[in-house]
Each structure stands twice: as structure tokens, then as C-alpha cells.
Design a protein around this ligand. Structure first.
Ligand code: ADP
Ligand code: SR1
Ligand code: MG
Ligand code: MG
Ligand code: MG
Length: 417
């Protein structure tokens, strides 16, 4: 049952709620009737309000007791807001300027008050419009490197990591959503699945009949549930990043838990690749989108190279955890061998990212939650071939992973499609 103190906020109750919080009221300025409030949630799960006052603005995000994109027939516990604010607090020391500023959490309302990002837009939307964001991939990579290194067994003590594991292991409602809608459903006969039909009926049946593909996805699902490497964002697609041409913020971390780093890295890579493939579907006479597709694809190596070099640099500068403990490697002769072992670990993260990128792509084409990159291509006759190309590339990621040793291998494979 919905907790007694909870009510879904509306214009009047949100005004009252903020009016009772002096610091936030001061940020907005004026009096409550002077504030303008709009609900802008366009995600799959939650309510999001933007509040503008004479002196400033705020954003309030609130859990609903169901999956917004499905309606009340798909109930969902409210506690995702608790985990979202826990994540913002946990990564705050490492993410200055790379997330919205977190201001306040109201536990009975499951409501988070944070900085309203403006004039930022969702990265995915900007890319679909053919815009370029020169610093975005590197900023997301910097964020991922800092937040995962600091919460890994290399950057945190085992006690610190145990604390994170104990908090975020309870984010089971959302971990279950990922287990089901990302890993299980797309290759099973789930009534929640959908695809561009009838054009992709054959592809969907072929994928569901592919035992080798299913075993591989199941193995990545096992790793997702068992490899507690670091505190990860858990939903790091291009719709979880807001940008201007000069500023990038990672947001919407409600799926956070201590899991495999490659899951976040693979999510971001998969979403860049899907956007690049989808560009042709947004072409108009006089704007073929080829240069835009190439540019988006060029951000895959930027993203990986920044992530891997920053993760390794942090390991060099800030090793203090209980895995590869610095005390074991105090001989001058240890340095080169240790550097090689660290590089090998990061290379394994790339291999993990390829696997998760494959899984995360297939779910967007055959599963419940599709992405705007493809969905905004209105004509199914244009959309389906691009979705099919993405799905087949994803299958290659999963079944021929050794063909993808570097990000340039991904770029070459997309260009060869
Ligand atoms: P969901 O968890 O339901 O996906 P999101 O956190 O992704 O919700 O937010 C949904 C939308 O609300 C975003 O796509 C964005 O347009 C807007 N939004 C979210 N947070 C902010 C913010 N801090 N500032 C401005 N707009 C925001
Ligand atoms: C039922 S929720 C579907 C998806 O929306 C979220 O943004 C996550 O990506 C989740 O898998
Ligand atoms: Mg979202
Ligand atoms: Mg979300
Ligand atoms: Mg052009």
C-alpha cells in the first residue's frame, strides 16, 4: 500500500511544500503565488516539476507508485527517490559540476529538490536534432571514472564499500526492472515487449530462437547481478545527461547500485552508436546527416579513451583500497608489472562494455522501453532497417566480442553497416 504521508504532488501541494522550506523559498524569491510551476517529466518512471521564481529556479523530482510509462497497472515502490538522492550524496565529493546540485530530500513524499538545469537539454534530444556537444562525452567519461574509481575496491576501503553495498543492495525494485526489462524480457516471450511490426517480426523471432545469443545475454545478466565492482549509475544512457554547448551534467541516477562498471560504460557507448545509426532516419532533403552520424560515432573513442586514461590516472594517484593494496607494491621493480595489471583490468572493462552494449541495444529494439533516437523516426519503413542494423551489430558484440578490442573497432563496424 502507498505510505500514509505520500501524495503525488500537484501545483498547489508543491507550492505549499516549498513554501515551508525557508532556504528553498529564498532561492525562488518572491511569494508562493509568484512562482510558476510546470510538470515536464518525459522519462519512464517519475514526476518532474520545474519551479521558477523571481530570483531563481528549482527542480523537484518525485516517485510515483507505478511506472509512469505503463500506468497504474504496473505498480512500483516509491523508494527509488531515496536511492537517487543517496547516489547524489555518495558521489558528491567526486562529481562537483558534473551533476545537478542536490538540495533536499523529503522522505514521506519521496521527493528530491535539486538544481534546475537551464538552458540545458537532454543530450539525446540535442543529438537527434543534429547538434554537437564537443565536451559531453569526455565529461560523462570523467564523471564515470571519478565516481566508479572512488567507490571501487581500489579507491575505497572495504568498510566504505560495504557501506555502499548495504545501502544500494536494497534498491531491488529498480535492479529487478533492469534484470527483467534489459536482460530477460527482450529475448523471451514477454507481453511487455514491442518492436516495429510487422517489419521486425522475423528478426524478433530469429533472436528469440538463437540459443547461443540467449545464453550469452543470460551470462551478462549473471555478471550484472554478481560483479560488485563499484557504485554505478545504472541507467547511463544519453537520456540521463543534460547539456549546453559548454556544460554537461549526469542526472537520473535512481538505478544506482554496486555493480559492474562496464554496465555504465556499455550503456553510454550503445546509446552513442544507436544515435549515430539513427541519424539517417532524421535526414531531410539537403541534410543527409552523414557528418552528424560520423561526429556522434567519433565520440565513442573520446568517451572510452577519457574514461580509461582517467581511471588509470586516479588509480595511480589515489590508490587506497584493499584490492591491489599499495603496501604490496613498494619495491621499485613492482611499478611496471603493477601498471600492466591495472591496464589489463581496464581492458577487461572495455570487453565488459561491449557485452553490455549489445544487451542494452537489443532491449531498445525488442523490449519495453525504446529510445527516441529510433522512435522519432515516424515512418516505420525508414525506422525498421536502422533498428535491424543496430540489433544485428549488437548480436555481433555479443557473439563475436573478440572482433571489438578497441573503440576504433566499433567505429569501423558501424561504418561498414
Ligand atoms: P525519469 O527518472 O522519469 O526518467 P528524469 O530524471 O530523467 O526522470 O527526468 C525527466 C525529464 O525531466 C528530463 O528528461 C528533463 O527534461 C527533465 N529534468 C530532470 N531533471 C532536471 C533538472 N534538474 N533540471 C531541468 N530539467 C530536468
Ligand atoms: C520500466 S522502466 C524502463 C526503463 O526506463 C528507465 O529509464 C530504465 O532505462 C528502465 O530500464
Ligand atoms: Mg530519465
Ligand atoms: Mg529515471
Ligand atoms: Mg550535413
Amino acid at each position: 500500500a502507498t505510505p500514509a504521508g505520500y501524495r503525488a504532488l500537484d501545483d498547489a501541494s508543491l507550492r505549499d511544500f516549498l513554501a515551508g522550506l525557508p532556504d528553498l523559498r529564498d532561492r525562488l524569491g518572491g511569494r508562493p503565488p509568484d512562482w510558476s510551476i510546470i510538470e515536464v517529466g518525459d522519462g519512464n518512471l517519475n514526476l518532474v516539476f520545474l519551479i521558477d521564481g523571481p530570483e531563481g529556479s528549482l527542480c523537484v523530482k518525485q516517485s510515483l507508485p507505478y511506472v509512469r510509462a505503463a500506468g497504474e497497472s504496473w505498480p512500483l515502490p516509491l523508494d527509488r527517490a531515496f536511492f537517487e538522492q543517496s547516489y547524489y550524496r555518495a558521489v558528491a565529493p567526486y562529481s562537483e559540476g558534473l551533476t545537478p546540485r542536490f538540495f533536499y530530500y523529503q522522505p514521506e513524499l519521496y521527493a528530491i529538490v535539486m538544481e534546475r538545469l537551464s538552458p540545458h537539454i537532454i543530450l539525446r534530444r540535442g543529438l537527434i536534432e543534429g547538434r554537437r556537444y564537443p565536451g559531453a562525452a569526455a565529461a560523462v567519461a570523467e564523471f564515470a571514472a571519478r565516481s566508479t574509481f572512488a567507490t571501487s575496491d581500489f579507491g575505497a576501503t572495504l568498510e566504505e564499500k560495504a557501506e555502499l553495498m548495504s545501502t544500494f543492495a536494497r534498491n531491488t525494485s529498480l535492479i529487478r526492472i533492469t534484470a527483467e526489462v534489459v536482460f530477460t524480457d527482450p529475448l523471451a516471450n514477454s507481453p511487455r515487449n514491442r518492436w516495429t511490426s510487422p517489419a521486425l517480426d522475423g528478426l524478433a523471432a530469429e533472436f528469440r530462437a538463437d540459443s547461443a545469443l540467449k545464453v550469452t545475454v543470460a551470462e551478462w545478466g549473471r555478471r550484472f547481478l554478481t560483479e560488485a565492482q563499484a557504485l554505478i549509475h545504472g541507467d547511463l544512457h544519453t537520456g540521463s545527461v543534460m547539456v549546453t554547448e559548454t556544460d554537461t551534467r549526469v542526472m537520473d541516477p535512481e538505478f544506482a547500485f554496486v555493480g559492474p562498471i562496464g554496465f555504465d560504460i556499455g550503456a553510454f557507448i550503445a546509446n552513442l552508436v544507436m544515435n549515430a545509426i539513427a541519424q539517417a532516419g532524421h535526414a531531410t532533403p539537403g541534410d543527409d546527416r552523414k557528418a552528424e552520424a560520423d561526429w556522434v560515432l567519433s565520440q565513442v573513442p573520446v568517451f572510452w579513451d577519457t574514461f580509461s586514461s582517467r581511471f588509470l590516472a586516479l588509480w595511480d594517484e589515489k590508490a587506497r583500497g584493499d584490492a591491489y593494496p599499495p603496501a604490496m607494491f613498494s619495491n621499485p621493480g613492482d611499478a611496471a608489472v603493477l601498471a600492466g595489471a591495472r591496464k589489463a583490468f581496464v581492458d577487461r572493462l572495455f570487453a565488459d562494455a561491449i557485452g553490455y552494449a549489445g544487451v542494452k541495444t537489443i532491449r531498445r529494439i525488442l523490449g519495453f522501453a525504446h529510445n527516441a533516437d529510433f522512435e522519432l523516426i515516424a515512418d516505420p519503413a525508414r525506422r525498421a532497417p536502422l533498428e535491424a542494423k543496430s540489433a544485428r551489430l549488437a548480436r555481433t558484440f555479443l557473439l563475436e566480442p573478440h572482433s571489438f578490442r578497441t573503440p576504433d573497432d566499433i567505429v569501423a563496424a558501424v561504418k561498414a553497416l
